[in-house]
Ligand binder design. Sequence first.
Ligand code: C5P
Length: 235
Amino acid sequence: MLPENPVFVALDTPELEQAVAWADAVRPRVGGVKLGLEFFNSNGPDGVRRIVDLGLPVFLDLKFHDIPNTVAGAVNAVAGLGAAIVNVHAGGGSAMLSAAATAAAEYGANRPLVVAVTVLTSLDDDDLASVGQAGPAVSQVERLARLSQSCGLDGVVCSPAEIAVLRTACGDRFRLVVPGIRPAWANAGDQKRIMTPREARDLGADVLVIGRPITGSDDPAAAAARIADELDISS
Ligand code: C5P
């Protein structure tokens, strides 16, 4: 189950106390938080437990990509930490994707959602060609999303530009987790293909991953509240 508020704040910091402070500040007006490789490689499983213990759903964004047996073990390990969403690379192939879904399923009603990274948004069509993948990127994204769905995954991570295509291709119940979100009042930073929270939600995004517009703000609590207000979410 995902929270009603679709906003997951990216706590992109190696500092545990900074992550805790951000999570505490935004807690009343967001759906969850996202912890990535920077946080995990600095603070490890104990750091994740500390954030999970704050009571907000945690998306653990570690993008596993390895042989099926190893990925199954990794998913099992992070599911045991209490993460609500975990992810793998769809490019790992069908056996790896199925192994990830099966490993999560062992946690029954408490299992994390497993979503797949399709094509990193930092790659363009030329980058895809250079690693031997047929573009354009949106076609490769759709191909990998369909594969992920057929292997029992709950959804994919995609850019705002891909929401509409994937909603049509994969149906209403497939979860779309979307970074590259910028409120109209925030700086784009290094994100290129951006959309506002409201636009992305209205197109069909289930989870909006938002980092610097909140964590880089002078007042993260106020920024989170402003976004929730724009989404008409009161609590
Ligand atoms: O600060 P910002 O809102 O750009 O943060 C977006 C978060 O989503 C970061 O943690 C980034 O690593 C992550 N992300 C992304 N694009 C992807 C996958 C993940 O921006 N394709």
